[in-house]
Design a protein around this ligand. Structure first.
Ligand code: NAP
Length: 319
């Protein structure tokens, strides 16, 4: 089995930017891009579930999320990155070369080995798991106010969640929306006090407590919600055309448990300002290690940093 110079796990903006840079540095990267699924844990990452992207620099008129990711992929392939549509099921970083399995994680022999690894497996927004929810993303349903708020000018919007994200999203959305209603499943917020106070003081934000969203109305675009009070069981309609789901994120790090250092919430720990993880030769970029910014452009930037870190580290090993 040949030992790759670098294997990149994941193919969102971080992974494919790392692929472009390492390919142009003649490291012949192997990208394990993931397998198609209905979640953001799939080739191309979260932008594959987005419609128009207007804030990625360089596209004056915006670009569709999937088209942008196809461009990333094509650009990486043009410089010789090898891209396999498979998902890593197990890794062993305890010794070098590092080992990566796809398919049966119990197989005695790994599928690939590499001198260095860049982890860019991303994160996924937690969803409400309602019928139609995935189909309506980009058509009234969103998980990112920074990305999509602009499209909701003069809409009536619901934000679901009671944490800092929900409050932050709601506050941001008041710049565009006619009304913003936070629907929370309990009668008190989880968000920090200062964020709560800000939200309570904002006349454009209303709250509906002890309530869950039960149904999304509309086939091609969101036309309303059915909500249910958890204490009384009473159901009612909410006439809104925007729904922002802000109930948290989950990094795709299950296979790295026990291999590299991570926080309690699963985000990988990198040695800022570098992309180094706790294992020498293993780097991490993008949302898998970023719970603060979570933007395509910041992910791409950190993918570039990981490629440069990996390249310099490999060079030091050879000298
Ligand atoms: P979070 O703190 O875990 O809050 C998630 C919220 O969603 C909770 O209120 C939870 O309700 C609700 N929720 C979870 N599952 C739900 C479901 N299936 N249906 C309905 N509601 C559901 O997540 P987060 O707000 O994304 O924040 C994550 C971390 O980032 C936190 O540490 C936060 O402080 C930090 N953060 C900080 C800032 C800031 O300081 N500017 C901004 C954003 C995030 P319960 O309360 O009932 O559990």
């Amino acid at each position: 089995m040949s030992v790759h110079e670098v294997i990149i796990l994941g193919s969102g903006p971080a992974g494919l930017t790392a692929a472009i840079y390492t390919a142009r540095a003649s490291l012949q990267p192997l990208v394990l891009e993931g397998e198609p699924s209905s979640t953001s844990d799939q080739p191309g990452g979260q932008l594959m579930l987005t419609t128009e992207v207007e804030n990625f620099p360089g596209f004056q008129d915006g670009i569709m999320g999937p088209e942008l990711m196809m461009n990333f992929r094509g650009q990486a392939a043009r410089f010789g990155a090898k891209i396999e549509t498979v998902k890593a099921t197990r890794v062993d970083f305890s010794e070098r070369p590092f080992k990566v399995w796809v398919g049966d994680p119990e197989a005695a022999e790994p599928t690939y080995t590499a001198k260095s690894i860049i982890i860019s497996t991303g994160a996924q927004s937690l969803m409400l798991n309602l019928e139609n929810e995935t189909e309506l993303i980009g058509h009234g349903v969103s998980t990112c106010a920074t990305c999509d708020g602009f499209f909701f000018r003069d809409h009536d919007i619901v934000v679901v969640g009671g944490g800092d994200s929900a409050i932050e999203e709601a506050s941001f959305l008041t710049k565009f929306a006619s009304t913003v209603t936070i629907v929370h499943r309990r009668d008190e917020l989880r968000a920090s006090k200062i964020m709560q106070e800000r939200a309570f003081a904002n006349p454009k934000i209303k709250f509906i407590w002890d309530t869950e969203v039960k149904e999304l109305k509309g086939a091609d675009k969101l036309e309303g919600l059915v909500i249910e009070n958890r204490k009384t069981g009473e159901r009612s309609d909410l006439d809104v055309t925007g729904l922002f789901v802000a109930i948290g994120h989950r990094p795709n790090t299950d296979i790295f448990k026990g291999q590299v250092a991570m926080k309690d919430n699963g985000y990988l720990i990198t040695e800022a300002p570098s992309t180094r993880t706790s294992v020498e030769g293993v780097f991490a970029s993008g949302d898998v290690q970023d719970e603060t910014y979570r933007q395509a452009i910041t992910a791409a930037g950190s993918g570039c940093a990981a490629a440069i870190d990996a390249e310099r580290w490999l060079e030091a090993q050879h000298s």
